[in-house]
Design a protein around this ligand. Structure first.
Ligand code: ZN
Length: 489
Protein backbone atom coordinates (compact mmCIF):
# COMPACT_ATOMS: atom_id res chain seq x y z
CA UNK A 1 0.00 0.00 0.00
CA UNK A 2 1.19 3.49 -0.82
CA UNK A 3 2.53 5.04 2.39
CA UNK A 4 0.77 8.36 1.98
CA UNK A 5 -2.56 6.69 1.17
CA UNK A 6 -2.20 4.38 4.18
CA UNK A 7 -1.21 7.16 6.59
CA UNK A 8 -3.36 10.03 5.40
CA UNK A 9 -6.48 8.21 4.21
CA UNK A 10 -6.84 4.72 5.68
CA UNK A 11 -5.41 5.41 9.14
CA UNK A 12 -7.66 8.42 9.89
CA UNK A 13 -10.59 6.53 8.35
CA UNK A 14 -10.04 3.44 10.55
CA UNK A 15 -9.76 5.60 13.63
CA UNK A 16 -12.95 7.45 12.81
CA UNK A 17 -14.83 4.22 12.08
CA UNK A 18 -13.77 2.99 15.53
CA UNK A 19 -15.09 6.24 17.07
CA UNK A 20 -11.59 7.32 18.10
CA UNK A 21 -10.49 10.94 17.74
CA UNK A 22 -6.84 9.90 17.64
CA UNK A 23 -5.87 12.26 14.80
CA UNK A 24 -7.11 15.35 16.64
CA UNK A 25 -5.46 14.21 19.86
CA UNK A 26 -2.13 13.58 18.13
CA UNK A 27 -2.10 17.16 16.80
CA UNK A 28 -2.85 18.47 20.30
CA UNK A 29 -0.13 16.33 21.92
CA UNK A 30 2.41 17.56 19.40
CA UNK A 31 1.68 21.11 20.55
CA UNK A 32 1.66 20.50 24.31
CA UNK A 33 4.86 18.44 24.50
CA UNK A 34 6.94 21.63 24.31
CA UNK A 35 5.03 23.56 26.96
CA UNK A 36 6.75 24.40 30.24
CA UNK A 37 5.90 22.06 33.11
CA UNK A 38 3.66 24.66 34.78
CA UNK A 39 1.41 24.68 31.70
CA UNK A 40 1.36 20.88 31.48
CA UNK A 41 0.44 20.77 35.13
CA UNK A 42 -2.52 23.08 34.44
CA UNK A 43 -3.71 20.69 31.72
CA UNK A 44 -3.45 17.80 34.17
CA UNK A 45 -5.38 19.66 36.84
CA UNK A 46 -8.18 20.58 34.45
CA UNK A 47 -8.47 16.97 33.30
CA UNK A 48 -8.25 15.64 36.85
CA UNK A 49 -11.16 17.84 37.96
CA UNK A 50 -13.24 16.54 35.05
CA UNK A 51 -12.31 12.94 35.86
CA UNK A 52 -13.22 13.35 39.54
CA UNK A 53 -16.55 14.94 38.57
CA UNK A 54 -17.44 12.11 36.20
CA UNK A 55 -16.24 9.45 38.63
CA UNK A 56 -18.23 10.82 41.55
CA UNK A 57 -21.34 11.34 39.46
CA UNK A 58 -21.44 8.00 37.60
CA UNK A 59 -19.42 5.47 39.62
CA UNK A 60 -20.74 4.83 43.16
CA UNK A 61 -17.49 3.22 44.30
CA UNK A 62 -15.39 6.23 43.35
CA UNK A 63 -18.08 8.59 44.66
CA UNK A 64 -17.64 7.04 48.12
CA UNK A 65 -13.83 7.21 47.83
CA UNK A 66 -13.90 10.84 46.83
CA UNK A 67 -16.36 11.79 49.61
CA UNK A 68 -14.35 9.86 52.20
CA UNK A 69 -11.28 11.87 51.22
CA UNK A 70 -13.27 15.08 51.80
CA UNK A 71 -12.86 16.21 48.17
CA UNK A 72 -15.41 18.42 46.46
CA UNK A 73 -14.99 17.44 42.78
CA UNK A 74 -16.67 20.67 41.69
CA UNK A 75 -14.14 22.86 43.48
CA UNK A 76 -12.40 24.81 40.66
CA UNK A 77 -9.29 25.18 42.83
CA UNK A 78 -8.58 21.45 43.05
CA UNK A 79 -4.87 20.85 42.39
CA UNK A 80 -2.86 17.69 41.77
CA UNK A 81 -2.02 17.37 45.46
CA UNK A 82 -5.63 16.42 46.11
CA UNK A 83 -4.84 12.95 44.79
CA UNK A 84 -2.71 12.29 47.85
CA UNK A 85 -5.78 12.25 50.08
CA UNK A 86 -7.40 9.45 48.04
CA UNK A 87 -6.82 5.82 48.97
CA UNK A 88 -4.93 3.63 46.49
CA UNK A 89 -6.86 1.38 44.10
CA UNK A 90 -5.76 -2.25 43.87
CA UNK A 91 -6.48 -5.11 41.48
CA UNK A 92 -8.54 -6.74 44.25
CA UNK A 93 -10.67 -3.57 44.52
CA UNK A 94 -11.34 -3.74 40.78
CA UNK A 95 -12.15 -7.44 41.00
CA UNK A 96 -14.61 -6.95 43.87
CA UNK A 97 -16.28 -3.67 42.85
CA UNK A 98 -15.89 -3.60 39.05
CA UNK A 99 -19.49 -2.81 38.18
CA UNK A 100 -19.70 -0.19 40.92
CA UNK A 101 -16.76 1.65 39.43
CA UNK A 102 -18.08 1.57 35.87
CA UNK A 103 -20.06 4.24 34.01
CA UNK A 104 -22.31 2.11 31.83
CA UNK A 105 -23.77 5.16 30.06
CA UNK A 106 -20.33 6.33 28.92
CA UNK A 107 -20.60 7.94 25.44
CA UNK A 108 -19.05 6.60 22.21
CA UNK A 109 -20.20 3.03 22.51
CA UNK A 110 -19.97 2.69 26.30
CA UNK A 111 -17.63 0.49 28.27
CA UNK A 112 -16.00 -2.55 26.69
CA UNK A 113 -15.00 -5.54 28.78
CA UNK A 114 -11.39 -6.65 28.51
CA UNK A 115 -9.22 -9.35 30.05
CA UNK A 116 -5.84 -8.34 31.30
CA UNK A 117 -3.31 -8.68 34.05
CA UNK A 118 -1.94 -11.86 32.53
CA UNK A 119 1.71 -11.02 32.61
CA UNK A 120 1.50 -10.12 36.31
CA UNK A 121 0.01 -13.54 37.04
CA UNK A 122 -3.14 -11.90 38.38
CA UNK A 123 -5.86 -11.99 35.74
CA UNK A 124 -8.33 -9.16 35.76
CA UNK A 125 -11.39 -8.17 33.80
CA UNK A 126 -11.87 -4.47 33.37
CA UNK A 127 -13.71 -1.97 31.19
CA UNK A 128 -12.13 0.48 28.82
CA UNK A 129 -13.55 3.03 26.41
CA UNK A 130 -12.81 4.73 23.10
CA UNK A 131 -11.47 7.85 24.85
CA UNK A 132 -8.63 5.96 26.43
CA UNK A 133 -7.86 3.99 23.27
CA UNK A 134 -7.60 7.24 21.33
CA UNK A 135 -5.49 8.96 24.00
CA UNK A 136 -3.05 6.06 24.25
CA UNK A 137 -2.93 5.67 20.47
CA UNK A 138 -2.13 9.36 20.00
CA UNK A 139 0.64 9.19 22.63
CA UNK A 140 2.11 6.17 20.84
CA UNK A 141 2.15 8.01 17.50
CA UNK A 142 3.63 11.12 19.03
CA UNK A 143 6.55 9.10 20.36
CA UNK A 144 7.03 7.34 17.04
CA UNK A 145 7.24 10.69 15.34
CA UNK A 146 10.19 11.54 17.65
CA UNK A 147 11.93 8.75 15.70
CA UNK A 148 10.73 9.89 12.29
CA UNK A 149 8.07 7.17 11.98
CA UNK A 150 4.71 8.28 10.56
CA UNK A 151 1.29 6.58 10.31
CA UNK A 152 1.23 4.51 7.13
CA UNK A 153 4.94 3.70 7.21
CA UNK A 154 5.53 -0.04 6.71
CA UNK A 155 5.67 -1.79 10.09
CA UNK A 156 6.34 -5.39 11.07
CA UNK A 157 4.81 -6.65 14.29
CA UNK A 158 6.11 -9.74 16.07
CA UNK A 159 3.00 -10.36 18.04
CA UNK A 160 0.78 -13.00 19.62
CA UNK A 161 -1.82 -14.47 17.34
CA UNK A 162 -4.29 -17.19 18.19
CA UNK A 163 -3.79 -20.60 16.60
CA UNK A 164 -7.39 -20.72 15.46
CA UNK A 165 -8.05 -18.18 12.74
CA UNK A 166 -11.51 -16.70 12.91
CA UNK A 167 -13.33 -14.47 10.43
CA UNK A 168 -12.35 -11.60 12.69
CA UNK A 169 -8.69 -12.24 12.04
CA UNK A 170 -9.20 -12.22 8.27
CA UNK A 171 -10.88 -8.84 8.64
CA UNK A 172 -7.95 -7.69 10.72
CA UNK A 173 -5.48 -8.91 8.09
CA UNK A 174 -7.25 -6.78 5.50
CA UNK A 175 -7.10 -3.78 7.78
CA UNK A 176 -3.43 -4.42 8.54
CA UNK A 177 -2.63 -4.57 4.83
CA UNK A 178 -4.39 -1.24 4.25
CA UNK A 179 -2.33 0.29 7.07
CA UNK A 180 0.97 -1.27 5.90
CA UNK A 181 1.19 -3.47 8.98
CA UNK A 182 2.53 -7.02 8.73
CA UNK A 183 2.08 -9.40 11.65
CA UNK A 184 4.43 -12.30 12.40
CA UNK A 185 3.30 -14.85 15.00
CA UNK A 186 5.38 -14.65 18.18
CA UNK A 187 3.65 -17.81 19.43
CA UNK A 188 5.09 -19.95 16.65
CA UNK A 189 8.85 -19.60 16.44
CA UNK A 190 10.62 -22.65 14.98
CA UNK A 191 13.73 -22.61 12.78
CA UNK A 192 11.47 -22.87 9.73
CA UNK A 193 9.05 -20.10 10.71
CA UNK A 194 11.89 -17.83 11.83
CA UNK A 195 13.62 -18.27 8.46
CA UNK A 196 10.35 -17.26 6.84
CA UNK A 197 10.00 -14.24 9.18
CA UNK A 198 13.49 -13.07 8.20
CA UNK A 199 12.55 -13.34 4.53
CA UNK A 200 9.37 -11.39 5.17
CA UNK A 201 11.15 -8.61 7.06
CA UNK A 202 13.76 -8.25 4.33
CA UNK A 203 11.03 -8.13 1.67
CA UNK A 204 8.90 -5.55 3.51
CA UNK A 205 11.88 -3.35 4.56
CA UNK A 206 9.84 -1.85 7.44
CA UNK A 207 10.37 1.66 8.78
CA UNK A 208 9.80 0.27 12.28
CA UNK A 209 9.23 -2.99 14.09
CA UNK A 210 7.10 -3.58 17.14
CA UNK A 211 6.95 -6.59 19.39
CA UNK A 212 7.76 -8.44 22.58
CA UNK A 213 11.37 -7.83 23.56
CA UNK A 214 12.02 -11.54 24.20
CA UNK A 215 10.60 -12.65 20.85
CA UNK A 216 12.51 -10.00 18.88
CA UNK A 217 15.71 -11.06 20.67
CA UNK A 218 15.03 -14.70 19.81
CA UNK A 219 14.58 -13.85 16.14
CA UNK A 220 17.72 -11.66 16.18
CA UNK A 221 19.83 -14.45 17.71
CA UNK A 222 18.47 -16.87 15.14
CA UNK A 223 19.41 -14.53 12.28
CA UNK A 224 22.94 -14.02 13.59
CA UNK A 225 23.47 -17.77 14.12
CA UNK A 226 22.29 -18.34 10.55
CA UNK A 227 25.34 -16.31 9.55
CA UNK A 228 23.52 -13.11 8.57
CA UNK A 229 25.76 -10.07 8.93
CA UNK A 230 24.98 -7.64 11.78
CA UNK A 231 22.50 -5.01 10.61
CA UNK A 232 21.25 -7.13 7.74
CA UNK A 233 17.74 -7.54 9.20
CA UNK A 234 17.34 -3.80 8.85
CA UNK A 235 17.53 -1.48 5.86
CA UNK A 236 18.53 2.18 5.47
CA UNK A 237 14.92 3.20 6.04
CA UNK A 238 14.51 1.34 9.36
CA UNK A 239 14.24 3.97 12.09
CA UNK A 240 13.70 2.00 15.29
CA UNK A 241 12.65 -1.29 16.88
CA UNK A 242 9.97 -0.66 19.52
CA UNK A 243 9.78 -3.24 22.29
CA UNK A 244 7.00 -3.71 24.78
CA UNK A 245 5.20 -6.12 27.05
CA UNK A 246 8.09 -6.96 29.34
CA UNK A 247 11.36 -5.68 30.71
CA UNK A 248 14.13 -5.21 28.16
CA UNK A 249 17.28 -6.83 29.51
CA UNK A 250 20.64 -5.61 28.26
CA UNK A 251 21.70 -8.78 26.36
CA UNK A 252 18.38 -8.71 24.48
CA UNK A 253 18.79 -5.03 23.63
CA UNK A 254 22.29 -5.66 22.32
CA UNK A 255 21.35 -8.55 20.07
CA UNK A 256 18.29 -6.78 18.62
CA UNK A 257 20.30 -3.61 17.95
CA UNK A 258 23.03 -5.69 16.33
CA UNK A 259 20.79 -7.77 14.06
CA UNK A 260 18.65 -4.84 12.93
CA UNK A 261 21.30 -2.12 13.04
CA UNK A 262 18.78 0.25 14.62
CA UNK A 263 18.04 1.70 18.07
CA UNK A 264 15.87 -0.38 20.40
CA UNK A 265 13.19 1.76 22.03
CA UNK A 266 11.12 0.94 25.11
CA UNK A 267 7.38 1.43 25.14
CA UNK A 268 6.14 0.95 28.68
CA UNK A 269 2.50 0.40 29.40
CA UNK A 270 0.05 -2.11 30.75
CA UNK A 271 -3.33 -3.21 29.47
CA UNK A 272 -5.10 -2.07 32.60
CA UNK A 273 -3.11 1.10 33.37
CA UNK A 274 -2.60 2.45 29.85
CA UNK A 275 0.43 3.70 27.95
CA UNK A 276 2.75 5.14 30.58
CA UNK A 277 6.21 5.99 29.20
CA UNK A 278 7.88 6.07 25.79
CA UNK A 279 11.54 6.14 24.84
CA UNK A 280 12.96 9.22 23.09
CA UNK A 281 16.14 9.53 20.99
CA UNK A 282 17.95 11.11 23.96
CA UNK A 283 17.40 8.05 26.12
CA UNK A 284 14.62 9.15 28.47
CA UNK A 285 11.29 7.40 28.90
CA UNK A 286 8.88 10.33 28.61
CA UNK A 287 5.57 10.13 30.42
CA UNK A 288 2.57 11.27 28.31
CA UNK A 289 1.61 13.65 31.10
CA UNK A 290 -1.38 15.04 29.21
CA UNK A 291 -2.96 11.56 29.54
CA UNK A 292 -1.67 10.18 32.81
CA UNK A 293 -0.42 11.21 36.21
CA UNK A 294 2.25 8.85 37.48
CA UNK A 295 3.29 8.62 41.09
CA UNK A 296 6.21 6.53 42.29
CA UNK A 297 5.50 5.39 45.83
CA UNK A 298 7.40 3.45 48.47
CA UNK A 299 5.93 0.56 50.47
CA UNK A 300 4.28 2.98 52.89
CA UNK A 301 2.62 4.82 50.01
CA UNK A 302 4.90 7.89 50.24
CA UNK A 303 6.48 9.44 47.13
CA UNK A 304 10.06 8.25 46.65
CA UNK A 305 12.78 10.82 46.16
CA UNK A 306 14.21 11.33 42.68
CA UNK A 307 16.51 8.50 41.65
CA UNK A 308 14.87 5.95 43.96
CA UNK A 309 12.82 2.99 42.82
CA UNK A 310 9.11 3.15 43.58
CA UNK A 311 5.88 1.41 42.61
CA UNK A 312 4.14 2.97 39.61
CA UNK A 313 0.70 4.28 40.59
CA UNK A 314 -1.33 5.66 37.72
CA UNK A 315 -4.26 8.04 37.36
CA UNK A 316 -5.45 7.89 33.76
CA UNK A 317 -6.91 11.26 32.86
CA UNK A 318 -8.67 10.07 29.70
CA UNK A 319 -10.56 7.01 30.96
CA UNK A 320 -14.17 7.60 31.88
CA UNK A 321 -15.95 4.24 31.45
CA UNK A 322 -13.98 2.79 34.35
CA UNK A 323 -11.93 5.59 35.87
CA UNK A 324 -8.50 4.53 37.12
CA UNK A 325 -7.61 6.83 39.96
CA UNK A 326 -4.41 6.06 41.90
CA UNK A 327 -4.27 2.54 40.50
CA UNK A 328 -1.39 0.33 41.69
CA UNK A 329 0.27 -1.31 38.70
CA UNK A 330 2.69 -3.49 40.68
CA UNK A 331 5.54 -2.35 38.39
CA UNK A 332 8.62 -0.65 39.77
CA UNK A 333 10.32 2.34 38.15
CA UNK A 334 12.92 4.98 38.74
CA UNK A 335 12.35 8.55 37.77
CA UNK A 336 14.82 10.33 35.51
CA UNK A 337 17.26 12.40 37.56
CA UNK A 338 19.57 14.73 35.68
CA UNK A 339 22.67 13.56 37.44
CA UNK A 340 21.63 9.90 37.58
CA UNK A 341 22.35 7.07 35.23
CA UNK A 342 20.48 6.92 31.95
CA UNK A 343 17.78 4.36 31.28
CA UNK A 344 18.72 0.71 31.28
CA UNK A 345 18.88 -0.55 27.75
CA UNK A 346 19.21 2.93 26.26
CA UNK A 347 22.69 3.76 27.40
CA UNK A 348 24.01 3.89 23.86
CA UNK A 349 21.72 6.79 23.09
CA UNK A 350 23.48 9.17 25.42
CA UNK A 351 22.55 11.00 28.57
CA UNK A 352 20.88 14.37 28.86
CA UNK A 353 22.80 15.48 31.93
CA UNK A 354 24.08 19.00 32.22
CA UNK A 355 22.25 20.52 29.27
CA UNK A 356 20.10 22.85 31.26
CA UNK A 357 21.89 24.57 34.13
CA UNK A 358 18.59 25.35 35.87
CA UNK A 359 16.51 22.23 36.20
CA UNK A 360 12.78 22.78 36.51
CA UNK A 361 10.77 21.34 39.33
CA UNK A 362 8.27 18.83 38.03
CA UNK A 363 5.23 17.89 40.08
CA UNK A 364 7.10 17.84 43.38
CA UNK A 365 4.10 16.26 45.09
CA UNK A 366 3.98 13.42 42.63
CA UNK A 367 7.47 12.26 43.44
CA UNK A 368 8.80 13.30 40.07
CA UNK A 369 11.76 15.26 41.42
CA UNK A 370 13.38 17.83 39.16
CA UNK A 371 14.22 17.32 35.50
CA UNK A 372 15.64 19.60 32.86
CA UNK A 373 14.11 19.93 29.40
CA UNK A 374 15.26 16.93 27.40
CA UNK A 375 17.86 17.06 24.68
CA UNK A 376 15.17 15.76 22.29
CA UNK A 377 13.29 19.04 22.76
CA UNK A 378 10.38 17.65 24.74
CA UNK A 379 9.61 19.03 28.19
CA UNK A 380 7.62 16.03 29.46
CA UNK A 381 8.78 14.41 32.70
CA UNK A 382 10.49 11.06 32.27
CA UNK A 383 11.34 7.77 33.86
CA UNK A 384 14.88 6.45 33.67
CA UNK A 385 14.09 2.79 34.10
CA UNK A 386 11.18 0.39 34.49
CA UNK A 387 11.46 -2.87 36.36
CA UNK A 388 8.32 -4.68 35.48
CA UNK A 389 7.36 -8.05 34.25
CA UNK A 390 9.79 -10.68 33.13
CA UNK A 391 8.48 -13.60 31.15
CA UNK A 392 10.31 -16.56 29.71
CA UNK A 393 9.80 -18.18 26.33
CA UNK A 394 8.01 -21.52 26.38
CA UNK A 395 9.63 -24.35 24.44
CA UNK A 396 7.74 -27.25 22.81
CA UNK A 397 8.32 -30.00 20.28
CA UNK A 398 7.08 -29.38 16.75
CA UNK A 399 7.84 -32.51 14.73
CA UNK A 400 11.63 -32.76 14.60
CA UNK A 401 12.02 -29.09 15.46
CA UNK A 402 11.72 -26.98 18.60
CA UNK A 403 9.00 -24.38 18.71
CA UNK A 404 9.34 -21.38 20.99
CA UNK A 405 6.43 -19.21 21.93
CA UNK A 406 6.11 -16.07 23.96
CA UNK A 407 4.76 -16.80 27.44
CA UNK A 408 1.65 -14.80 26.60
CA UNK A 409 0.53 -17.75 24.48
CA UNK A 410 -0.14 -19.60 27.75
CA UNK A 411 -1.09 -16.53 29.76
CA UNK A 412 -3.94 -15.81 27.31
CA UNK A 413 -5.43 -19.22 28.14
CA UNK A 414 -5.54 -18.54 31.88
CA UNK A 415 -6.79 -15.02 31.69
CA UNK A 416 -9.83 -16.12 29.70
CA UNK A 417 -10.92 -18.33 32.61
CA UNK A 418 -13.06 -16.86 35.36
CA UNK A 419 -12.21 -17.39 39.02
CA UNK A 420 -8.42 -17.07 39.10
CA UNK A 421 -6.85 -14.67 41.59
CA UNK A 422 -3.26 -15.52 40.74
CA UNK A 423 -1.35 -18.16 38.80
CA UNK A 424 2.08 -19.36 37.87
CA UNK A 425 3.08 -21.71 35.07
CA UNK A 426 6.37 -23.57 35.39
CA UNK A 427 7.89 -25.53 32.55
CA UNK A 428 10.18 -28.11 34.15
CA UNK A 429 11.08 -30.00 30.97
CA UNK A 430 9.81 -30.46 27.42
CA UNK A 431 7.32 -33.00 28.76
CA UNK A 432 6.10 -31.35 31.96
CA UNK A 433 4.14 -28.23 32.73
CA UNK A 434 3.07 -27.26 36.26
CA UNK A 435 0.21 -24.85 36.71
CA UNK A 436 -0.39 -23.33 40.14
CA UNK A 437 -3.64 -21.48 40.60
CA UNK A 438 -4.95 -19.42 43.51
CA UNK A 439 -8.69 -19.77 42.88
CA UNK A 440 -11.55 -17.49 43.88
CA UNK A 441 -15.02 -18.79 44.81
CA UNK A 442 -16.02 -18.84 41.12
CA UNK A 443 -13.35 -21.39 40.19
CA UNK A 444 -14.79 -24.88 39.54
CA UNK A 445 -14.13 -28.09 37.61
CA UNK A 446 -15.21 -26.43 34.36
CA UNK A 447 -12.57 -23.74 34.90
CA UNK A 448 -9.96 -26.45 35.38
CA UNK A 449 -11.05 -28.29 32.24
CA UNK A 450 -10.94 -25.05 30.24
CA UNK A 451 -7.37 -24.39 31.38
CA UNK A 452 -6.18 -27.91 30.54
CA UNK A 453 -7.88 -27.87 27.14
CA UNK A 454 -6.47 -24.44 26.25
CA UNK A 455 -2.94 -25.31 27.34
CA UNK A 456 -3.03 -28.61 25.42
CA UNK A 457 -3.88 -26.75 22.24
CA UNK A 458 -0.78 -24.64 22.76
CA UNK A 459 1.81 -27.16 23.93
CA UNK A 460 0.51 -30.43 22.46
CA UNK A 461 -0.95 -33.67 23.82
CA UNK A 462 2.36 -35.25 24.81
CA UNK A 463 3.05 -32.81 27.63
CA UNK A 464 1.99 -33.81 31.15
CA UNK A 465 0.11 -30.84 32.65
CA UNK A 466 -0.29 -30.80 36.44
CA UNK A 467 -2.75 -28.28 37.84
CA UNK A 468 -2.66 -27.50 41.57
CA UNK A 469 -4.94 -25.23 43.54
CA UNK A 470 -3.00 -23.17 46.09
CA UNK A 471 -3.68 -20.66 48.87
CA UNK A 472 -0.90 -18.40 47.69
CA UNK A 473 2.04 -18.36 45.29
CA UNK A 474 5.40 -17.36 46.79
CA UNK A 475 7.87 -15.27 44.77
CA UNK A 476 10.46 -17.24 42.77
CA UNK A 477 13.80 -17.81 44.57
CA UNK A 478 15.50 -15.39 42.18
CA UNK A 479 12.98 -12.74 43.22
CA UNK A 480 11.81 -12.64 39.62
CA UNK A 481 8.45 -11.00 39.15
CA UNK A 482 7.38 -13.74 36.79
CA UNK A 483 4.25 -15.80 36.27
CA UNK A 484 5.63 -18.01 33.52
CA UNK A 485 8.95 -19.66 34.25
CA UNK A 486 10.77 -22.05 31.95
CA UNK A 487 13.66 -24.16 33.22
CA UNK A 488 14.63 -25.12 29.67
CA UNK A 489 17.66 -23.32 28.37
ZN1 ZN B 1 13.63 13.22 25.36
Amino acid sequence: MNRRLAGQVFWPLTERLCQRDTVRRLAALNRTQHLPQEAIREIQERKLRRLLQIASEHCPYHGRRIRRAGIDPNDPRLALDVLRSLSLLTRDDVREHRDEMTWFGCPRGGPRLYNTGGSSGEPLKFYFDRFRQAADGAARWRSRQWWGVQPGDPEVLLWGAPIELAANDRLRRWRDALLNQYILNAFDMTDTTMDAYIGRIRAVRPVCLYGYAGSLALLSRHALTRGLAPGSLGSPRLRAVFVTGEVLVEPDREVIASAFGAPVVIEYGCRDGGLLALGCPAGRLHIPQENVILELLDEQGRPVTAGEIGEVVVTHLETYAMPLIRYRTGDLARVWADKGAPATGQRQLGSCAGLNPEPRTLNPHMGMGSQSRCECGVSLAALAEVRGRLTDQIVCRAGDQIRRMHALALIYVLREVDGIRQFRITQRSLDELDVDVVPTARFNDDSERAILLGLRRRVGDDVAIRLSRRDHIPPTPSGKHACVVSHID
